[in-house]
Design a protein around this ligand. Structure first.
Ligand SMILES: [Fe+2]
Length: 160
């Protein structure tokens, strides 16, 4: 990484890995969730996550960078925490609230990564890339807000 373009490529490869890891744990989160709305939200986000990973791969291919070969260690740690909550021996409502908390941690990590990558792409004048990254950033933010709303309006109260 010798310049901003190198840093951008690193960010994108990291996000590609993060999306792939998240796509592997989400089906288990669907299975572990009890609330039907939460199950549906995780199911939708699994589809979205796969599409996001495809779009990031396309962005990398467009600039002749191989997508694989980088493992996002931060997401690996977050996924371990998700797995811990999936395995937790507790009530349905507490597990749902805990799953939301872990998913929001993952979302915030992604929001940070896409935010940084979008700004790098802007500075480098990669306008088409900015559009794609901005759209993904919006999806992540929306999902984070939906999780927040469900927790505050229903799940946290049930977990009391
Ligand atoms: Fe994502």
């Amino acid at each position: 990484m010798k310049n901003l373009q190198g840093l951008l490529e690193h960010q994108l490869r990291d996000l590609y890995s993060a999306e792939g890891q998240y796509a592997e744990i989400l089906p288990k989160m669907v299975a572990a969730a009890s609330d039907s709305k939460l199950k549906a939200m995780f199911t939708d986000h699994l589809k979205q996550t796969k599409s996001q990973q495809d779009r990031v791969r396309q962005l990398l291919e467009d600039i002749d960078v191989k997508p694989g070969g980088v493992k996002c260690e931060a997401m690996a740690g977050l996924i371990k925490e998700c797995q811990g909550m999936i395995d937790e021996d507790t009530t349905a409502a507490v597990k749902d609230a805990g799953l939301i908390a872990e998913a929001q941690r993952c979302e915030h990590y992604e929001i940070s990564g896409y935010g940084t990558a979008t700004k790098y792409a802007m500075t480098l004048g990669h306008d088409d890339m900015v559009e794609v990254l901005d759209a993904i950033l919006d999806e992540e933010s929306r999902f984070d807000e939906e999780l927040n709303d469900l927790a505050i309006q229903e799940i946290n109260q049930k977990a009391v």
